[in-house]
Design a protein around this ligand. Structure first.
Ligand code: TXA
Ligand code: MG
Length: 324
């Protein structure tokens, strides 16, 4: 049963409590309703992908109650500080490099070295973020492939019974998603047009490159540029391992195989959601540890392609694909 919470003191406290406990709460922003989960809790982030029924891990936006908190988790240059000062709180998302000490789960950023951060321009959302006191990962609160919801009713139409609660703050004023601006390179890049006009950003920081549409992640449209920047382990990956060679590091799922130089267990219980929450940490760990013990390859045990297993398989297949 999904609770419908009013945007009053009681509803806000309840919503924040649920988020802190790792549950999923949809909440209104000025753009669209977001499907929120504790970004620092990899299990909660895995549950977001599960509730949406996304076939692959797309990077999520981490939401904060204030610019200072958002920019503390990323490498913010002068441009980032200027656009943040002008447009936050508001419908703008900034993609920046993660800082080494960033507490946001790797799964929230789909394993990327970058993180999308945003301070939404809605008083209820901001109060919820303050009370939750942890960054909140939130894609639009629709099932994969459906349009973004702008009322609590829309959220329930798609996600009733799949999330703990929806905080009803009324219809969203902007109604389209936030503008996504990539500031990781020398030239800013518009990744998604949205609530803040690109001309207004250009007036502040100069020319912005267009033409890298991400599309709606629900539809699976991805720019090759973004795909290329996805984290791929340095060691080659061998899929569907049922045995392990003595020069291999093992990514195990369920009952491990004997003989690996080093091993990272995704889920001893064979739970795909748990495996998803540990996937990117596992790949990074095996890369470092494998190199240390002289492994030349990562052998990945098969994961059943049900639920989040499909997204795990997608990610591993791309990690195993020939490198260009
Ligand atoms: O208005 C919004 O942005 C809403 C509200 C809830 O905040 N959220 C939203 O999230 O639209 P979502 O997941 O539906 O769309 C996020 C977009 C996707 O196109 C995703 O690929 C992109 O932001 N994105 C997120 N992190 C990224 C990253 N590290 N690098 C590049 N693109 C990223
Ligand atoms: Mg969306």
């Amino acid at each position: 049963m999904t609770e419908v919470l009013n945007a009053d003191g009681h509803g806000l406290a309840r919503a924040a409590r649920l988020l802190r406990d790792g549950a999923l709460v949809a909440f209104g922003t000025e753009t669209v309703y977001g499907l929120g989960g504790d970004a620092g809790n990899a299990a909660a982030v895995a549950a977001i992908f599960q509730a949406k029924g996304r076939p692959r891990f797309n990077p999520l936006i981490a939401h904060y109650p204030a610019a200072g908190e958002a920019l503390r988790h990323v490498e913010a240059d002068d441009r980032a500080v200027r656009v943040a000062r002008r447009f936050w709180p508001g419908p703008l998302t900034l993609v920046l490099r993660r800082r080494a000490d960033c507490p946001v789960a790797l799964l929230a950023g789909a394993g990327l070295d970058t993180l999308a951060v945003r301070v939404p321009g809605h008083p209820v959302a901001l109060e919820l973020l303050r009370l939750a006191a942890t960054p909140i990962a939130a894609p639009s609160a629709n099932r994969s492939g459906a349009v973004s919801p702008t009322t609590a009713r829309h959220v329930l139409d798609g996600l009733s019974g799949r999330i703990a609660a929806v905080l009803d703050s009324g219809p969203c004023a902007v109604g389209v998603e936030s503008t996504v601006l990539d500031l990781t390179g020398e030239r800013p890049v518009l990744l998604r047009p949205g609530g803040v006009a690109i001309e207004d950003i250009e007036a502040l920081i100069g020319p912005v490159r267009r033409g890298m549409p991400l599309g709606d992640p629900g539809e699976g449209v991805r720019s090759p540029g973004l795909l290329a920047s996805h984290y791929a382990p340095a060691l080659p990956v061998r899929l569907d391992a049922v045995s392990v060679a003595d020069d291999e590091a093992l990514l195990s799922f369920g009952l491990p195989l004997p003989g690996a130089r080093c091993q990272f267990q995704l889920s001893a219980a064979g739970n795909v959601a748990e495996a998803a929450s540990r996937l990117f940490d596992g790949l990074r760990w095996l890369d470092a540890e494998g190199a240390r013990v002289g492994a030349r390859r990562i052998a990945a045990m098969p994961v059943p392609e049900t639920g989040l297993g499909l997204a795990i398989a997608d990610r591993l297949q791309r990690a195993a694909a020939p490198r260009g």
